[in-house]
Ligand binder design. Structure first.
Ligand SMILES: Cc1ncc(C[n+]2csc(CCOP(=O)(O)OP(=O)(O)O)c2C)c(N)n1
Ligand SMILES: [Mg+2]
Length: 616
């Protein structure tokens, strides 16, 4: 007879998760390093009870963290996973109903950014005897529908555990997807609240220590030969380095390949930091938020070598940037490799770069040196933006960049991602963490918490706009609870600077983009709101410092770095010079309008659209 252990489904789940490991390059990591959770009737007696039974402390096999909002919880898990190069992540347990649907945004963010998170929403009774239960959707077309179905399109694996017997296979499938670099994203196991508490005799081997080998697929020989042929035919190549380079830890190989073959390297938001900013081949950010150096080269390149990139519209300037180029794409996911009708190397970035390094070929030396000149000119431009005397946003970034050397900068939405992408100087791949796949307002503080949990040895600098802050500031309380120190730079410009500028450019008159009271004319253009964000941050338990000019900002940041406590540095910025877009972004403009501004915007739009290379 096989040995069995009698446990509830939730107890078995917790015991199983604590035994899962990843391994790559001979190093093992906990796959699920902990479990964030907010309890309600849908998970308290199941997963909650199971987490409590193991001891309920941070030294537990599966440490538990209380968060403040389920969406934020998933952001924290994503921050953790990204900072761990996808080798380790956190689980998130929620109740049924709103707790579960709060996780939908976080799940979409994880899946779009190709980052592993394990979501464990509670679900309706499998027996249905008590239906309709509190928070049940009750779809008249089918009793099988629950709000957790909303998590299906945003999950790379989704299952509902309606019977204990279904758990082992679902768990194995979930772990496989989490650890597969080509498939990873949000993984959801919906757990009916009765089933969570149900006992079953589990085979002992379910709880054995299990190591998931994170693959480094090597390029196919024939594909490599085709890639070599393309390289040898190229005189003006340009590498577009995406997040995949960092997750594969292929940065040293990238530096060597670029240096040996004289290839300029441009970076996407997720790929920024893949090369140190002062590497001779680094030309910085590419695309709509790119540097003049990278975007100029992109227009002239004859071959784009995309490595670990998903080619978002920001990267390609909505398919207007690469005018003469063919594509060679290195990606562990065939789906991404095939984009832009590319020649493909479906492989791990590090393995592919090692293999390509052997090709006897160099870019045109004139091209390589022109790239270096353009990059140097951009660095001089950055010095100019960083060196202002007023507290403009680029000046804030400049002061922070100086203080933050060695730390991690975290950001996600608003006008800062563009400025950061163009200006920020990262010396190692772990220093730049801008979530720009979903560009989700509210990711910053919650995500930064995950970054710090994953990299406690690093100083974590969360940059957050006033809009994002107002959407999701509450995880400051979680950071305080955990004694996890963040330096949060809160940049107040009284509203949505980014969308304000965009609104104006598309003839939408900045409607709804400034934080103002309703004015006498009935529009939101009245007095400034009496909202005190610094006091708000203090109320959540953070220390708060205020900066009024570059000197006091430098001093406040130094003080925040020296402190062991989570500190918010509150900065009101003034409008001023900021780097402009060097490349387009496709935001369709009203084709007919009574407003002269919108008609003019449409003319500009039609003009810009002519450069688009659509579809392929
Ligand atoms: C959840 C979410 N809602 C809406 C948007 C669209 N959006 C992008 S930036 C932005 C304004 C951000 O304001 P703030 O954080 O103050 O940054 P700023 O633009 O002022 O730099 C909005 C509404 C978004 N990215 N995410
Ligand atoms: Mg703002």
């Amino acid at each position: 007879m096989r040995n069995t252990t009698r446990l509830t489904v939730a107890q078995a789940l917790v015991r199983f998760l604590a035994q899962q490991w990843t391994e790559r390059d001979g190093v093992e990591h906990r796959l699920i390093a902990g479990c964030l959770g907010i309890f309600g009737h849908g998970n308290v007696a199941g997963v909650g009870q199971a987490l409590a039974e193991q001891g309920a402390g941070t030294h537990d096999p599966l440490p538990y963290y209380l968060a403040r909002n389920e969406q934020a919880m998933v952001h924290t898990a994503v921050g953790y996973a990204r900072q761990s190069d996808r080798l380790s992540t956190l689980a998130c347990t929620s109740s049924i109903g709103p707790g579960a649907t709060n996780m939908v945004t976080g799940a979409a963010l994880a899946t779009i950014n190709r980052l592993p998170v394990l979501l464990l929403p509670g679900d309706l009774f499998a027996t249905r005897v008590a239906s309709p239960v509190l928070q049940e959707l009750e779809d008249p077309r089918s009793y099988d529908v629950s709000v957790n179905d909303c998590l299906k399109p945003v999950s790379r694996f989704w299952d509902r555990i309606n019977r204990p017997e279904q758990l082992p296979a679902a768990l194995l499938a979930a772990m496989r997807v989490l650890t597969d670099p080509a498939e990873t994203g949000a993984v959801t196991l919906a757990l009916p609240q009765d089933v969570q508490a149900e006992a079953y005799d589990w085979p002992e081997e379910l709880f054995a220590r299990r190591v998931w080998r994170v693959a480094r697929p090597v390029p196919e020989t024939a594909a490599l030969a085709r890639a070599a042929e393309l390289l040898r035919g190229s005189r003006r190549p340009l590498i577009v380095a995406g997040g995949g380079v960092k997750y594969s830890r292929a940065c040293a190989e990238l530096a060597r390949f670029a240096g040996r073959h004289g290839v300029p390297v441009a970076e996407t938001q997720a790929g920024k930091g893949a090369l140190p900013y002062d590497h001779p081949c680094a030309v910085g950010a590419i695309g709509h938020t790119g540097t003049r150096a990278a975007d100029t080269l992109a227009r002239e390149a004859d071959l784009v070598i995309g490595i670990g990139t998903r080619y978002s519209d920001f990267t390609t300037a909505s398919r207007t940037l690469f005018r003469q180029a063919g594509f060679l794409n290195v990606n562990v996911a065939a789906f991404d490799a095939a984009k832009h009708a590319a020649e493909t190397l479906v492989a791990d970035a590090r393995e592919a770069l090692k293999a390509l390094d052997d090709v006897d070929w160099r870019a045109d030396p004139g091209w390589t040196s022109r790239a270096a000149e353009l990059a140097a000119a951009w660095q001089a431009e950055t010095d100019r933006f960083y060196g202002g005397t007023e507290l403009t946003q680029p000046v804030v970034l400049g002061v922070l960049n100086e203080v933050a050397a060695g730390g991690v900068v975290v950001n996600a939405a608003g006008s800062m991602p563009g400025d950061l992408h163009r200006l920020w100087r990262a010396s190692d791949p772990g220093q730049y963490h801008v979530e720009y796949g979903y560009s989700c307002m509210g990711y910053e503080i919650a995500g930064g918490l995950g970054v710090k949990l994953a990299a406690p040895e690093r100083e974590v600098f969360v940059l957050v706009g006033d809009g994002s802050y107002l959407m999701m500031a509450q995880e400051i309380a979680t950071a305080v609870q955990e004694g996890v120190k963040l330096v949060i730079v809160l940049v107040d410009n009284q509203g949505f600077a980014s969308i304000g500028a965009l609104s104006e450019s598309v003839g939408a008159l900045r409607l709804g983009t400034a934080y103002r009271k309703r004015g006498p004319g009935g529009r939101l253009d009245g007095e400034r709101l009496p909202v005190d964000l610094a006091a708000n941050a203090a109320s959540l338990g953070a220390d708060v410092l205020t900066a009024a000019d570059p000197q006091t900002l430098r001093a406040a940041l130094a003080k925040a770095v020296a402190s062991p406590r989570t500190t918010v540095v509150y900065v009101e910025t003034v409008p001023g010079p900021a780097p402009a877009a060097e490349a387009w972004w496709d935001v369709p403009v009203a084709e007919v309008s009574g407003l002269a501004e919108a008609r003019a915007a449409r003319e500009r739009y039609d003009e810009a659209k002519r450069d688009q290379r659509p579809y392929l």
